[in-house]
Design a binder for this molecule. Structure first.
Ligand code: MD3
Ligand code: FE
Length: 222
């Protein structure tokens, strides 16, 4: 499966299991439903992480409470506070290190990155987002990581969402792409720096996650 598609092109192909693979842009590859079978185990691991490091609504340096609740696992965690955005080896709420990345998260991310053309991915952090109805993530770039050569791997669980896939400039028109439980995506190469976001979550009742959508992003932060 080649990750390189003509820029702006959208086409589909079949992987070995008959799952659909969408190449959204050069370096951006979406594996539809790839993690659907392991969603219950992934969700159980999220609940265990949240027992040690509970979901919280961080406050941005501008003083805005984020509508998305977040926690982390791994060698560091992404945090926002009045001082700025950064990766911190400790959970500021507890002063303790973040829980370890579960083996299942790590192995999935490494395998999917390789399938998208990014062999040798060694993620060391995982940001976990929890969306309730109305929660959204406005257009942003992920630029707090040190290594932009490494991709980011994302896993969607629970309620569906509309992903906003923009361009390299904030003003570039964003495409709207549905993300569903079990979808796994790799964002590397030129796609690593695009502006992206999530439209306000619509209310629903998912058999696995109830009123929520969860999203994992495995990253090489440093
Ligand atoms: C494209 N999360 O945590 S995942 C984030 O669904 C974030 O919670 C969204 O954006 C969510 O930063 C989107 C898909 C995603 C993640 C990181 C990317 C797409 C990306 C980084 C660069 C380009
Ligand atoms: Fe992001």
């Amino acid at each position: 499966m080649a990750a390189g598609a003509p820029s702006g092109d959208l086409f589909a192909s079949l992987d070995d299991d008959g799952g659909r693979i969408d190449v959204l842009a050069e370096g951006a590859v979406l594996f539809r439903g790839l993690a659907a079978g392991s969603a219950p185990q992934l969700m159980a691991a999220i609940i265990e992480i949240a027992e040690a490091a509970p979901f919280r609504h961080m406050v941005t340096p501008g003083g805005h409470r984020m509508s998305v609740a977040m926690t982390n696992c791994g060698a560091a965690g992404w945090v926002a506070d009045q001082r700025g955005y950064r990766y911190d080896a400790r959970d500021p709420e507890s002063g303790r290190p973040w829980p370890a990345i579960p083996e299942g998260f790590y192995d999935l991310a490494v395998a999917v990155a390789r399938a998208a053309g990014f062999g040798g991915f060694t993620p060391n952090v995982c940001l976990i987002n929890r969306y309730e109805p109305g929660a959204r993530l406005s257009l942003h770039q992920d630029i707090d990581e040190r290594d932009f050569a490494a991709p980011i791997v994302s896993v969607s669980l629970g309620l569906p969402a509309t992903f906003l896939f923009g361009g390299l400039r904030r003003a570039d028109r964003a495409r709207r792409i549905g993300l569903f439980s079990g979808d796994v995506a790799v964002w590397g190469g030129p796609a690593r720096r695009v502006f992206h976001g999530i439209a306000p979550l619509k209310a629903g009742d998912d058999p696995l996650t109830g009123p929520y959508r969860f999203n994992l992003t495995l990253r090489k932060a440093f």
